[in-house]
Write a protein that binds this ligand. Structure first.
Ligand SMILES: Nc1ncnc2c1ncn2[C@@H]1O[C@H](COP(=O)(O)OP(=O)(O)O)[C@@H](O)[C@H]1O
Ligand SMILES: O=C(O)C1=C[C@@H](OP(=O)(O)O)[C@@H](O)[C@H](O)C1
Ligand SMILES: [Mg+2]
Length: 202
C-alpha cells in the first residue's frame, strides 16, 4: 500500500511539473548529486549532474579544468551545459554549488524548472567535503573558513530557489522522501492557486 501511494505521488509530481525540470542548488556537500540521482530514479526521470556533463564534454575532471583553464572557463562551460540540459526537460538536474550564482542561469532555471535548495549546516557540509579532494575552491589553508565565507556570500542567492529543503546527517532515503513531500506540497498548492512561492509569484 505504501509503495502504491509512493508511485501515485511520483506520477502526480511528474504530471504537475508539466514538462519542467527539477533543479538542485546549494553548497558543496549538501547532497545535490546524491539526492538528485535518487529522486530521478524514484520519479522515473533522467538524471543529469552538471559537473559530470562538463567533465564529459571537456574530457577533463573539474580540478583539471580549474587548474588548466581557470574558474572563468569552468563557469562558462557550466552555463552552457545547464542551458542545454534545461532545453531538453523534464529531468532532474543537480548543479555544482556555484551555478545558481550566475544571474542568467538563475533566470533560465526560473523559467524551465522548479528549483530546490538543499540546505545543511556547516558541520554536515564540512564533514562530507573533507572526505574528498575533488573541490578546487576548498584547496585553501582553512577550508572550513572558506566554506563559511561561501555560505555568507551564497545563502541569500540560494534562498531565491522555489523550495528550501533542510538536510542533515540522516539516510539519503529519508532526505529524498522529504524532498518528495516538499515538492508534492509545493506543486499541489501552486495548482490550487495557493502559491507558496516568493514575492514574484514563482
Ligand atoms: N543524506 C546523506 N547522508 C549521508 N551521506 C550523504 C548524504 N547526502 C550526501 N551524502 C554524501 O556526501 C558526499 C557529498 O554529497 P554530494 O551529493 O556529492 O554533494 P554535492 O553534489 O551537493 O556537493 C557524498 O559522498 C555523498 O554520498
Ligand atoms: O561551489 C562551487 O563553486 C563548486 C561546486 C562543485 O560542485 P558540488 O557543489 O556538486 O560539489 C563543482 O561544481 C566545483 O568544484 C565548484
Ligand atoms: Mg555535486
Amino acid at each position: 500500500m505504501a509503495a502504491e501511494a509512493a508511485t501515485f505521488q511520483a506520477e502526480d509530481i511528474v504530471a504537475r511539473l508539466g514538462g519542467r525540470s527539477i533543479v538542485f542548488v546549494g553548497l558543496m556537500g549538501a547532497g545535490k548529486t546524491a539526492i538528485g540521482r535518487k529522486l530521478a530514479t524514484l520519479l522515473g526521470l533522467p538524471f543529469v549532474d552538471s559537473d559530470h556533463e562538463i567533465e564529459e564534454v571537456s574530457r577533463m575532471t573539474v580540478p583539471e579544468l580549474f587548474e588548466r583553464y581557470g574558474e572563468p572557463e569552468f563557469r562558462a562551460l557550466e552555463q552552457r551545459v545547464i542551458h542545454r540540459v534545461l532545453e531538453s526537460g523534464p529531468q532532474v538536474l543537480s548543479t555544482g554549488g556555484g551555478a545558481f550564482m550566475n544571474a542568467q542561469t538563475r533566470a533560465w532555471i526560473g523559467e524551465q524548472a522548479v528549483s530546490i535548495w538543499l540546505k545543511a549546516d556547516v558541520d554536515v557540509l564540512f564533514a562530507r567535503v573533507a572526505k574528498k579532494q575533488n573541490r578546487p575552491l576548498l584547496k585553501t589553508d582553512d577550508p572550513r573558513a572558506t566554506l563559511e565565507r561561501l555560505m555568507h556570500d551564497r545563502y541569500p542567492v540560494y534562498a531565491l530557489a522555489d523550495l528550501t529543503v533542510p538536510t542533515r546527517d540522516e539516510r539519503k532515503e529519508v532526505i529524498v522522501g522529504e524532498v518528495i513531500d516538499a515538492l508534492a506540497a509545493y506543486l499541489t498548492h501552486k495548482s490550487d492557486g495557493k502559491g507558496q512561492g516568493d514575492e514574484h509569484g514563482r
